[in-house]
Design a protein around this ligand. Structure first.
Ligand code: ZN
Length: 195
């Protein structure tokens, strides 16, 4: 990833409760932190993120995303992430309206719009989510804020075009990059760079 010019390592944490899958957690993040200087973008798909954000920050997370649909209080969790010294991101599932994040925008560094249902890799992009990216980007611009809009799920050289046009500037890609023969070239195609 470093050699391919990738900016961030997106680290999906799943607890088997918030989503039907279990991945990895704190000890793995701590080890990953020791091996790379890439920005670590930790996406918490867990039921009670408030309980864990400080520890994820201590283990090296640069960004911490948590879901507005989780059971933790949103404002309190944002505060806890900031206090722990990490950048703060709020994530929404495909069925959650874009407007739900508006009241928190001035406290965020990033909004994560899920472009598939969270839980598993390798899923197909949901086209209806593009409009949410546009609505959130327009709101951010109208408020004069400087916040990343990240998309996660089914991002490849085809789907990246519409989300970039809608205002996404941070694109997460798993299967497409890791199945590519040349990751640097694949990343360039996602960014719609001329190669
Ligand atoms: Zn993710």
């Amino acid at each position: 990833m470093e050699k391919s010019g990738i900016e961030m390592l997106h680290f999906d944490v799943m607890d088997g409760v918030f989503v039907n899958n279990i991945t990895y957690g704190l000890p793995i993040l701590e080890q990953v932190r020791k091996t790379t200087d890439l920005i670590l973008d930790v996406h918490l798909m867990i039921t009670d993120p408030l309980r864990y954000v400080r520890r994820f920050a201590e283990c090296g997370a640069d960004y911490i995303s948590f879901h507005i649909e989780s059971e933790s209080d949103t404002a309190e969790t944002i505060r806890a992430i900031r206090e722990a010294g990490a950048k703060t991101a709020l994530a929404i599932k495909p069925a959650t309206p874009a407007e739900t994040v508006f009241e928190y925008l001035d406290q965020l560094d990033m909004v994560l719009v899920m472009t598939v249902e969270p839980g598993f890799g390798g899923q197909s992009f949901i086209p209806e989510t593009v409009e949410k990216v546009r609505i959130i980007r327009e709101k951010i611009s109208s408020m004069g804020l400087d916040i990343r809009v990240e998309v996660d799920g089914g991002i490849n050289d085809i789907t990246s075009e519409c989300v970039i046009n809608a205002g996404a500037d941070t694109l997460v890609s798993g299967s497409y990059l890791f199945k590519a023969e040349n990751m640097a070239e694949a990343a360039g195609k996602i960014r719609r760079e001329e190669i």
